[in-house]
Write a protein that binds this ligand. Structure first.
Ligand code: NAD
Length: 331
């Protein structure tokens, strides 16, 4: 086999990953599976850790998502919309837990487990309780203004219930339910159009449409999972309590979220969803584990493009199988 240096391999991986990032984030039309993408990025990260001098600021390991499309107005996020670090097995999860326990001087902490919904992250801004703006994550600092499209999603409240602060930003995942994806594909099959590949990219493409009627015709949904500005005075200083507070304002919070105190509880939650993930009416590619105390979140902060206080505990990739199941072929 031809020998290539770590520098050459890193450059090759950056080129490949930038291309796949563009296909996924900008075109909503990836050509490789998520598992493949994850192992390429992992390989690049390993080279950059072993040879820090090879790290470049434009490396896909340092960036969030893709640049906003010029087809939409740009929105500067008041706080960056970040990515998440990954754990691919229990040992990696336990290492994350040990690391942050150390950073918190050995203090114990409560966690919240949430399903990692495979959709499109959005930031919703409410002014005087009324939806004023909705934006995609974009490259993390600048997103796309998709307000007109998000207004057509029935599970996004246009006006909030009593008690909403004057200015409120929330973040959540907009997704295309599997049944809706299948319905769209049945319609396409009848017309002889090529089938959509999967709910995630069809859903993301449905939000990044110039004509809101297209979004409106696809029954998209949202789960809200965070505040855009958790330091607002009205917000409880605990993530679990903050989700409950958001629910009281009329936001859709996933009822499968669970508070957990120990790593064993996190593992039970993960294992039970690993076995039942296909019973969900939407796609989830793992569990997001978050430190619940907002003061501890602040103390832990962010490293690069990832908060230290949360981690995505990923389900093993199974792209090829799910694609076939979604279009109704029995395998
Ligand atoms: P990420 O894996 O870093 O996770 C962050 C995102 O998780 C958030 O932006 C949010 O949208 C989402 N999320 C869902 N549920 C959440 C919850 N309960 N709490 C908090 N966040 C939640 O996301 P990313 O940076 O977009 O990246 C990578 C994902 O995209 C990977 O799974 C990767 O495989 C895939 N990807 C695939 C390709 C490809 O070519 N197939 C290319 C690029 C990225």
């Amino acid at each position: 086999m031809e020998h290539i240096s770590p520098g050459e391999r890193a450059a090759e991986l950056r080129r490949e990953l930038n291309y796949h990032g563009y296909r996924y984030y900008t075109l909503d039309d990836p050509v490789i599976g998520d598992g493949q993408y994850d192992s390429l990025i992992r390989e690049l990260r390993e080279i950059e850790t072993a040879y820090p001098e090879l790290l470049t600021p434009d490396s896909p390991t340092q960036r969030v998502g893709g640049d906003p499309s010029p087809a939409f107005d740009e929105v500067e996020h008041s706080r960056p919309m970040l990515s998440l670090g990954n754990a691919f097995d229990f040992n990696e999860l336990a290492a994350w837990h040990r690391r942050i326990t150390g950073l918190l001087d050995g203090a114990s902490f409560d966690m919240v487990c949430e399903l990692k919904i495979d959709g499109l992250a959005v930031n919703l801004t409410y002014q005087d309780g009324i939806l004023a703006q909705g934006a995609t994550r974009g490259n993390g600092t600048t997103g796309e203004d998709v307000t007109r499209n998000l207004r057509t999603i029935k599970t996004i409240p246009i006006s909030l219930l009593r008690g909403a602060p004057e200015h409120l930003e929330v973040r959540g995942e907009v997704f295309l339910p599997i049944a809706e994806f299948q319905r769209l594909n049945e319609e396409r099959a009848e017309r002889g159009d090529p089938l959509y590949a999967n709910p995630r990219n069809t859903g993301a493409g449905s939000i990044r449409q110039l004509d809101p009627k297209v979004t409106a015709a696809r029954n998209m949904e949202i789960w809200v999972y965070a505040l855009g500005d958790p330091n607002a005075p009205e917000v409880p200083r605990d993530h679990w309590a903050a989700l409950d507070w958001l629910h009281g304002l009329g936001f859709r919070i996933n009822p499968e979220n669970r508070p957990c105190r120990t790593l064993d509880e996190v593992q039970d939650y993960y294992q039970s969803w690993l076995e039942r993930r296909h019973d969900l009416p939407y796609e989830a590619d793992g569990v997001v584990v978050k430190v619940s105390s907002l003061d501890m979140q602040d103390q832990l902060g962010v490293v690069g493009r990832e908060p230290r206080w949360a981690i995505a505990y990923k389900f093993p990739a199974e792209q090829a199988v799910t694609k076939l199941l979604h279009i109704g072929i029995n395998v």
